[in-house]
Each structure stands twice: as C-alpha cells, then as structure tokens.
Design a protein around this ligand. Structure first.
Ligand SMILES: Cc1ncc(COP(=O)(O)O)c(C=O)c1O
Length: 389
C-alpha cells in the first residue's frame, strides 16, 4: 500500500505521543498527574444537556442536518456576538457553525491555498493552522512570537515580499499556548496589515470567555474593516465545557463564509441537530457558570504559578486561557524536560517544541484538572524540586 506523500509532511499529533507514554506509565501501575491537555474538567451545564436530550427525542433531529446549520443557531451566534462584543453579524451570510472549531480551521486552507501557496502562521501556535496548510499542499512562513514582545506578533518583522505573496495569516488571542492577550490596538494593526498586503486574516478566538481578574478579551471582529478581509473562529468547547460535543463557528466576511461552506458541504453533513439545539441553549441561556468557573481556574492558576516559579521555571501570570507557559532552565530541551518530569515526578506537561521552533525552551501546563489532582501535582513538583536540590 502506498500512502500519499502529503502524509509524510505531517508531524505525529503531539498529544498522541504524550498519551502513549502516559498509558505506558499507567500500565506499569504508576499514577500520572496530567497537566498536558486543555479540556475543561467539569461537566457541560445541565440546562444545556437537557435541551440536547429533548431535541434528540424529536425524530426531525435524527435525520441529516444541513451543513449551513439551523437558522436558529446562526441567529443565536449572531445575538451572542452582538451582546458580548457589540459586533453585528448577518446570521444568514456571516455565520457558519462548525463541527468544533478545529474542523473549520483544518479545512480553511482548502479555500485559499493552492499547492505552493504561502500561509503565515505564528510560532508557537496551535498545530492545526499549519497542518491544514500542509494538507492543502501549501508552504508556511512562521512568524515568531517573542516573550519580550509579550508574545504579540510584531508585524514589522514579517518580510514585505513574503506578506505580499501569502494568502492567509493566522492569529490567535487569547493565545494557546502562551496565554498572551491582544488589545484592540493590536487587532487594528492586523487589519491594516491585511489590507496593505492583500491577505485574509483568520483569527482564532476560542478562549475569549476564559479570562481572569475581571479582564474581558476583545474580538478581532470589533475592528471596523475586519470583515473586509477577515474571519474569526470561535467555539463552545471552552466556554460551555462542550469539547466532547463538537460545536464551534466561523463568523465574518460573507465570501469566506460561503467558501468554507462550499468545502464543507462537499465533505461533511453538518453538526447533529440535537447538538445545535444544545448550542442555542448555551448561547442564549444562563451564563452564570462562566464567572464561577473562571474563579476556580484563577485560584488554580495562582496556586500552580507560585509553585512553578519556586521550581526553577519562569512563568508569567496569564490573564486569559487555561494555560501556563513556563520557561524551563537552560541546558534542557523541552522534550527532555517533559520526559524528566514524567519519569521523576509522574507529571505530564506539553513540551513547547510541539507548538513550533519558538516553543523550544518552554513547557505548557493546563489548569483543567481537578483541584485534588492539582494539589497532588503541586506537592509532586515541590518534592521533585527538593530531591534535585
Ligand atoms: C487555539 C485553539 N483553537 C481551536 C481549538 C479547537 O477547539 P474545538 O475544536 O474544540 O472548538 C483549540 C483546542 O484546544 C485551541 O486551543
């Protein structure tokens, strides 16, 4: 059997390797504290599940859905954007539900990238931005995000000729893995840069509702002109603890929405309707759990940060996302450090190199583990530090 060459360009999905190693340790009877995966640890709020169950009993929702999504869901997404960000969207032309935002992100390159075309991708970044481009046969230019710039992209460092050549630019704030946040000023620069270089901007924003200390992250779509050349991906996964249900959305420029719809309508049959109704309830129903949960995450953030910084690692206090991006001591690669933590402390983190070359020298902790496990992780980190002297 001969596999297509494009598969050779795909690195192994990062978490698969880590999970394999964790499974090996667990098979040996060792308990691992897993700080590696960003997946909310508490259940989907029950009012959302109830609306899903009700919808699932209705035979009309047991048939193929429409890829374009239920008009009611598109309307609820538009209302949510209006209420949360003051952004007005046409639900019929500027909103597209996705089978989780990862699905849309992965397929996006098929709309714009011909073999050999260039996409601009931040480094470090969530891997599907680059993997989608690779699968479409495109080429990548990695835009470094530097700690000294607060992990904000410095547009001036992007060579003008490459920017002119590129078709797409990916951005993501609040940022995975660095936890960095962007202001409206930054987004304004992005819109200006896109106009100057005739680029499409894809902003990925699944963490706007996971924020601390009263901070409210903005949306890229708040910038006048963002809709001319841009879209935003968002998700119900992190806000409503719905990772397992697979529901997200893309909003913004109507031509781009139509293009992704054309790709998707030929590949998938949309989001199961009971899940779409659950999403309507999530977006329109009580939002109380969000602040409550951010409070829990903030307490975890503060507890873990203190210990991380006492352990010879260096991390900034993230204002959003459930990640802590920690600089490791010199002399280690992020893979070696991750293996050492796993072998010597039974703690799993994500090595920074998995997010790109610029991620080398860092590891990522996720706060989505229960308080008890976090306590255990904190004790293990301290004991490990003492043993190392
Ligand atoms: C930056 C970023 N974008 C998108 C996603 C995908 O979210 P989903 O496919 O669950 O909507 C994730 C998930 O971890 C993420 O971290």
């Amino acid at each position: 059997m001969e596999l297509a060459k494009r598969l050779d360009r795909l690195p192994p999905y990062l978490f698969v390797e880590i999970n394999q190693k964790i499974a090996e340790l667990r098979a040996r009877g060792e308990e691992v504290i897993n700080f590696a995966i960003g997946d909310p640890d508490s259940p989907t709020p029950s009012h959302i599940i109830e609306s899903m169950c009700q919808a699932a009993h209705n035979p009309a929702n047991q048939r193929y859905p429409e890829t374009a999504g239920l008009p009611e869901l598109c309307q609820a997404i538009a209302e949510w954007y209006e209420k949360r960000f003051g952004v007005t969207l046409n639900p019929s032309t500027e909103v597209l539900p996705l089978i989780g935002s990862k699905e849309g992100i992965g397929h996006m390159a098929l709309c714009f990238i011909e073999p050999g075309d260039l996409a601009l991708v931040p480094d470090p970044s969530y891997p599907p931005y680059s993997l989608g481009t690779i699968l479409a046969g495109g080429e990548l230019y990695f835009m470094p995000l530097k700690e000294e710039d607060d992990f904000l992209l410095d547009f001036e460092t992007i060579p003008g000729d490459l920017a002119d050549k590129a078709k797409l630019m990916w951005l993501n704030y609040p940022n995975n893995p660095t936890g960095a946040v962007a202001s409206l000023d930054f987004f304004e620069k992005a819109v200006h840069f896109a106009k100057q270089h005739n680029l499409v901007i894809c902003h990925d924003a699944p963490y706007t509702e996971v924020a601390f200390d009263g901070y409210k992250p903005p949306s890229f779509m708040q910038i006048p002109g963002s809709k001319d050349r841009g879209v935003e991906f968002h998700s119900l996964s992190k806000t409503y603890h719905m990772t397992g249900w697979r529901i997200g959305m893309m909003v913004g420029n109507a031509d781009i929405v139509r293009a992704l719809f054309r790709v998707k309508s030929n590949l998938d049959s949309g989001v199961p309707q009971a899940i779409q109704y659950a999403a309507v309830e999530a977006l329109r129903g009580s939002q109380e759990h969000i602040a409550e949960h951010n409070g829990v995450l903030q307490r975890r953030r503060d507890k873990l940060l203190k210990v991380i910084n006492e352990t010879g690692l260096k991390a900034r206090t993230p204002r959003a996302t459930f990640y802590i991006w920690a600089r490791i001591p010199q002399g280690y690669t992020s893979i070696d450090f991750t293996k050492e933590l796993l072998d010597e402390a039974g703690i799993a983190v994500t090595p920074g190199i998995g997010y790109g070359k610029e991620g080398e020298g860092y590891i990522r902790f996720s706060l989505t583990i229960s308080d008890n496990r976090l306590e255990e992780g904190v004790s293990r980190l301290l004991a490990w530090r003492r043993r190392r002297g």
